[in-house]
Design a protein around this ligand. Structure first.
Ligand SMILES: *Cc1c(COP(=O)(O)O)cnc(C)c1O
Length: 456
């Protein structure tokens, strides 16, 4: 049988609310053309993010009832710790309320002025937490990693040669650790190969630099290794994931992604001294070491989610549904980042609306059109999210202008995806009507969340 079906059936439904195109034009105008400012009841299909938007399983819901809400030493913490330890092999497992809390704790300890933190590509909150500490965040994607039109496996890889050049330039003593983001979210959800993880580890070991994984989508990454990296086709995804973690000294994780839960995360490491400092920060900012800002029942749901995410029929469906979305768009000539990554379709805004220059936010213009036309909420990942003005007031943008349509886990069915395919194709057919945007308000950091826009 060729068709890969959703490996679940639906026990509880959540009603969608339909709106008309003229209603949506008014709603997005009132939201200052920023979909982060829309009410979710006014959204039909929500592809803003795959973060914390997962549908939990009946086992997860039943384990919530089983949570032990003790402040200290909760049974639920030990269940969580055992699963994370078994997966990562790391010694110290510190729960946090989400991924950025783990980042904040880590970089408030190892960051600071004069320090440099490399990564294949930093996620926006990772970069913000590094920069807030006074340190510098450096992205080192490979040359094909920033070329959306090139189809290749493992476009999420780190450029190991550039990493070595950076270490030589700034000195190993100024690099407290190196990160690797799997899958490479800001680089288009592209996977990283085991070989690249191994080569990065080897180089860092020579210089005595600790290696940390930003592990949000470790299971999707492991599945791509199984599909595309020679020598891994007969291993289980669990074995592949454990091998990925075996090369690192620590990890940050947002369980809102491959933890299959609505909130949670962790920070893990082998270094005793770093763990002691991290737990001290945790107690001040998040909560005691056996709950870290979460209800203890949430730790049960994460423990269960981390087991379910390694189920290969789940991953086959997950990766295939994103690939299917991409195939149909490519067949209609819509420019997307190829090949589709694990959790999202990224429209290539530069080729979609070539006449709108980066300083007029081509991605934002597409985001608005997708909402107005189909009630679909997506997210700009380009000059709005990563751009700034230089000393002369000139716009400086990132290498790619993308629109991310992130697919929540286990939430939408194939007919939802088919509807979205039609909507994107119809917007693409009307692309000559799209206008650039101007930003009329921006916050000093992470401006995309709250910015206001108007049409040029
Ligand atoms: C989501 C994400 C984070 C931050 O996690 P939150 O739970 O949103 O705080 C960090 N890195 C990557 C790659 C992510 O996708």
């Amino acid at each position: 049988m060729k068709t890969i079906i959703e490996p679940f059936k639906i026990k509880m439904v959540e009603q969608l609310r339909f709106t008309t195109e003229s209603e949506r034009r008014e709603l997005i105008r009132r939201a200052h053309y920023n979909p982060f400012l829309l009410h979710s009841d006014d959204v039909l299909i929500d592809f803003l993010t795959d973060s914390g938007t997962t549908a939990m399983s009946q086992k997860q819901w039943s384990r919530l009832m089983d949570g032990d809400e003790a402040y200290a030493g909760s049974r639920s913490y030990y269940a969580f710790e055992e699963v994370v330890h078994d997966l990562t092999g790391l010694k110290h497992i510190i729960p946090t309320h989400q991924g950025r809390a783990a980042e904040k704790i880590l970089f408030s300890i190892v960051g600071g002025k004069g320090k440099v933190i490399p990564n294949n590509t930093h996620f926006d909150t990772t970069r913000a937490n590094i920069e807030e500490s006074g340190a510098e965040a450096v992205d080192l994607p490979t040359a094909i990693g920033v070329r959306p039109e090139v189809r290749a496996d493992f476009k999420g890889n780190m450029d190991v040669e550039r990493l070595e050049a950076l270490i030589e330039k700034v000195g190993a003593q100024n690099i407290p650790l190196c990160m690797m983001t799997v899958t490479n979210n800001s680089g288009g959800g592209q996977p990283v190969s085991m070989q690249n993880i191994r080569e990065t580890k080897k180089l860092l070991s020579r210089y005595g630099i600790p290696f940390f994984l930003d592990a949000c989508r470790f299971a999707e990454n492991a599945y791509f290794i199984k599909l595309h990296e020679p020598g891994y086709e007969h291993k289980t995804v669990g074995e592949i994931a454990r091998e990925m973690f075996s090369y690192v000294d620590g990890a940050t994780m947002s369980a809102k992604k491959d933890g299959l839960v609505n909130t949670g995360g962790f920070l893990a490491m082998n270094d005793d001294e770093l763990a002691r400092k991290a737990r001290n920060v945790l107690i001040v900012t998040e909560g005691f070491t056996t709950y870290g800002g979460l209800a203890r029942r949430d730790l049960e749901a994460i423990a269960q989610g981390l087991r379910e995410v390694l189920n290969e029929s789940y991953l086959a469906y997950r990766i295939r549904s994103v690939e299917y979305f991409g195939e149909k768009l490519v067949a209609a000539g819509v420019p997307i980042l190829e090949p589709p990554g694990g959790h999202a379709i990224y429209l290539d805004a530069r080729r979609f609306v070539p006449d709108i220059p980066p300083e007029q936010f081509p991605g934002q213009s597409i985001v608005v059109a997708l909402y107005e036309h189909g009630g679909i909420r997506s997210c700009e990942i380009g000059s709005v999210m990563f751009g700034h003005k230089d000393a002369n007031g000139k716009h400086v943008g990132p290498p790619m202008e993308l629109v991310r349509m992130a697919i929540p886990r286990r939430v939408y069915t194939q007919s939802h995806i088919d509807y979205c395919i039609e909507a994107v194709i119809e917007v693409y057919e009307k692309r000559n009507e799209l206008r650039g945007m101007r930003m009329t308000y921006e916050a000093p950091t992470l401006r995309h969340f709250t910015a206001h826009f108007e049409s040029v």
